[in-house]
Design a protein around this ligand. Sequence first.
Ligand SMILES: O=C(O)CCC(=O)C(=O)O
Ligand SMILES: [Fe+2]
Length: 405
Amino acid sequence: MEKKDKFQALEDQIRSELASEGIELLLPIAPDLFLSSSDDEADPEPNRLDSTPWTRESLRLEYIDAFEIMKSSTLNNHSLKNLYTEFIHFKNFCENQPVNISSRSLQRIWVNSLSLEEFKETYISNGGTPVIIEGIPEQENWAAKDRWTDLSLFIELYGDIPIKVMEKFTDHGMGRAFNVRIPIALYYDYAMNNTADDPFYGFELDFTEKRAKLLEDYNPPDFFKEDFYNLNERTREFYPNYRHFIIGGERTGSNLHVDPKCTGAWNTLLSGHKKWALFPPGTDEEYIQQLQGATYAKKPATYWWQDVVPNIKPNMGMIECIQYPGETIFVPAGWWHAVLNLDFTIAITENLLIPETLPRVWPELKSTWTKFAEFLEETESQLVGHLSSSSNWSKTSNVASYTYY
Ligand SMILES: O=C(O)CCC(=O)C(=O)O
Ligand SMILES: [Fe+2]
């Protein structure tokens, strides 16, 4: 099915589901934010430096078309469940206890508590073990530890940077979808004030133009420097969209998925709180599909957390945690994960092919991307070393060796 048709089918499905409940779609859920306001002159930007060349009003005028497109999104402009009034209860609930009683929680370590070798041995080898690492932005001197943690400073510095909040498919279904971007200052206003069940989520993978400034504020953590997709032009070309700047208001999130092309990921949160659920690789595929569910894959992230998570079967190896500001989560290749933003969050994440993970992902890489795998085999002597030094891997560490309770 064409992407556009799928999108249309989804829209139709949601429209008819709502119609069956006597609800008609749709109005923009935050009409004021979609409109240009003339209040700004009377109420100057509170954070603005004199040299800052933008105001919210100037940004609104410049991005009026983007807001028109956002306004028309069926998926993001409903508050069918009035989550915005209920969310505080859910947030308090999951801060105080696991959403699913049988899940276990993720281990936390302090970044300086172990050497790179120890980290690899404990968390990278044998396919990888998820973990939360505290202290990376401070210990590795990221400018983001100040600039992305004080929201008024963040907006003052980066308010005019446009970030992607949706893709828009052409009406005729031909050609590429195009990215709809709005400036960070206006996204922040939207995120803090909208009442949608499924608000727009800022998910940016393009770091050109003004967005290049964001790259100056962090570095890949020392634990995650080695990346088989970052060896040369050919490997980078195979996996180009490896980093994302993620900014989201409460109720935004990522539905259950596995990261692409056998990558693991680190994700550092600078502001706000993210709720995570993870399931190990090898989790019964049928059950995962059931969890993803036709009805939940494309629905507001919060619905899944409220309706599905409490009822997940015990012994699925589910891990839950809350990620706090300053914390980095490591999601090894093949782990299913879902994320819900509990308040306004700012995060940076990168995906990579960790050399030590190769033995586990090699069969998939080879069968799915044969040409690329052959290229690696031919050109990378290190790769052969990694594969052969771990030849016992499949005997010593398959997923069944995780113990659940
Ligand atoms: O929403 C998030 O922070 C999770 C992002 C994620 O899982 C991804 O980029 O693959
Ligand atoms: Fe992911």
